[in-house]
Ligand binder design. Structure first.
Ligand code: SF4
Length: 355
């Protein structure tokens, strides 16, 4: 029975596996990059980033020595930037402790910065053919349905239970393909809202399908309410350059650039007063469309103003003299300074010819 589940999955995989760039010319480094990029991010979003990243940094040693600004630029728009900073630290660990080669075992991989149980399982099984599960949200959903697990998949003991169940099912010859087959089933068949049970290769083993209870699973803990914050960003323009600010090295969106932030929603008159207080004389002011950015734990409701100021303004506090501020042209904003996707709408505005 167990062997049959594994056999069915592998047959499905052999006939239907997606042509993904990391499945061609696989090597441990490329698999690692893909698995980190795919965390919380759709395959279609990842593909162009993956190719750019590997063109710029084709080897572990290139990543270990990469400049942080370049890393952020390569990651710009993917979100969760700590992932790429952790990868750089892990690459340095690999050079120092493992002669530049990724460790082959789950235990060795999980010691590296930014590699958790799922990623260690995925790399160990796909790159090194180790018999180890790779448990992520997709797999938890599939197994909670296969076995009608009546407890929240957020609980540690449920994750352990699923780990043990997968370990019973996993192919001993092709563990990497088995894990990838489950990833494919999770992303295209056993969908959160409308699972396509009629074409599911493991439907005959699925208790929830038998009982027509697919939508009852997985059980989740009630999510904490996301905190809402109001922000105003002032996009200050002088002689075709824009004042931008680097965020602190720790915390949310660490090290990324943004326009001038103010922690509340400002009215146009308040912006004008602020600009004057800083010693600038404004030529024009335009309120831009509001925007929203959803983080895992908070939501930013954003307003923004594009403010052009006189070149000869008497600036009392020249913010660009601080390390974390600078005046940047649209080309520099596009090519050099990494911005978070929260700023995406306003970066587009700055890069637009029609502003
Ligand atoms: S039969 Fe349906 S619910 Fe069960 S694993 Fe397949 S797609 Fe998911």
């Amino acid at each position: 029975m167990i062997e049959i589940l594994s056999k069915k999955l592998l047959e499905y995989y052999d006939e239907n596996k997606r042509d993904l760039p990391w499945r061609m010319n696989p090597n441990p480094y490329r698999i690692w990059v893909s698995e980190i990029m795919l965390q919380q991010t759709r395959v279609s979003t990842v593909i162009p980033y993956y190719e750019n990243f590997l063109d710029a940094l084709p080897r572990v040693e290139d990543l270990a020595r990469a400049d942080e600004e370049l890393l952020h630029k390569l990651w710009e728009g993917l979100g969760y930037y700590s992932r790429v900073r952790n990868m750089k630290r892990a690459a340095q660990q690999i050079l120092e402790d493992h002669q530049g080669r990724l460790p082959e075992s789950y235990e060795g991989l999980i010691q590296l910065q930014g590699i958790g149980p799922y990623t260690a399982g995925a790399i160990a099984s796909i790159a090194f053919n180790k018999v180890v599960p790779a448990i992520d949200g997709n797999l938890l959903r599939i197994y909670s349905r296969l076995h009608c697990i009546e407890e929240s998949i957020d609980l540690g003991r449920v994750k352990k239970e699923v780990f043990a169940l997968v370990l019973e099912d996993i192919s001993k010859d092709r563990p990497g393909d088995f894990n990838q087959a489950l990833m494919d089933v999770g992303s295209s068949i056993c969908l959160p809202k409308n699972p396509k049970c009629h074409i599911c290769p493991i439907g005959e083993f699925c208790q929830a399908f038998k009982e027509n209870r697919q939508r009852d699973f997985p059980l989740r803990k009630i999510k904490a309410v996301q905190k809402k914050e109001n922000w105003t960003f002032i996009i200050l323009e002088k002689r075709g350059k824009f004042l931008i600010k680097k965020r602190p090295p720790q915390g949310l969106l660490a090290g990324l650039w943004e326009f001038l932030p103010f922690f509340s929603h400002l009215k146009e008159e308040e912006v004008k007063i602020l600009i004057k207080e800083k010693g600038y004389t404004f030529k024009t002011i335009k309120e831009l469309d509001s925007s929203q950015h959803v983080f895992s734990h908070k939501i930013w409701n954003m307003k923004a103003y594009l403010v052009e100021v006189e070149d000869q303004s008497l600036v009392m506090e020249d913010m660009s003299s601080y390390d974390s501020f600078c005046w940047a042209s649209p080309e520099e904003i596009k090519e050099i300074y990494p911005f978070s996707s929260a700023m995406g709408k306003y970066v587009k505005e700055v890069l637009s010819d029609n502003r």
